[in-house]
Write a protein that binds this ligand. Structure first.
Ligand SMILES: [Zn+2]
Length: 114
């Protein structure tokens, strides 16, 4: 599962940060997942639950914030958000669009028990 390797990589980073701060446990993990990130949030939750056993994050809650697709049209200047992939500007039909947001997978926040 693609999501499991993502979680494994993410966990390495989280654990390093948690140890730097002398934490005992990771209690909350908040991720921002763009709709174009290629990651399925429900798979990510499942992967997290599988992975977290016997780690510092064993009791951690995972929160996922979905980030919508945001584009700017280079032709008409419209800036809009969508909850699905679009290829042309819905205002003027131009294909000259630039993706501003929606491709990210970001660790937004992590709570620690010191
Ligand atoms: Zn346009």
């Amino acid at each position: 599962m693609h999501e499991l390797s993502i979680i494994a990589n993410l966990y390495d980073i989280m654990e390093e940060k948690a140890r730097e701060q002398g934490a005992q446990k990771i209690t909350l993990v908040k991720l921002q997942v763009g709709i174009l990130s290629g990651v399925v949030p429900s798979f990510l939750e499942t992967a997290f639950d599988i992975f977290k056993k016997d780690t510092m994050a064993s009791d951690a809650t995972l929160e996922i914030e979905k980030v919508l697709l945001k584009i700017r049209c280079e032709s008409c200047g419209a800036e809009k958000t969508y909850d699905e992939l679009i290829y042309i500007c819905t205002e003027c039909g131009s294909a000259q669009i630039k993706i501003l947001d929606g491709t990210e997978l970001i660790l937004e926040k992590m709570d620690l028990l010191l």
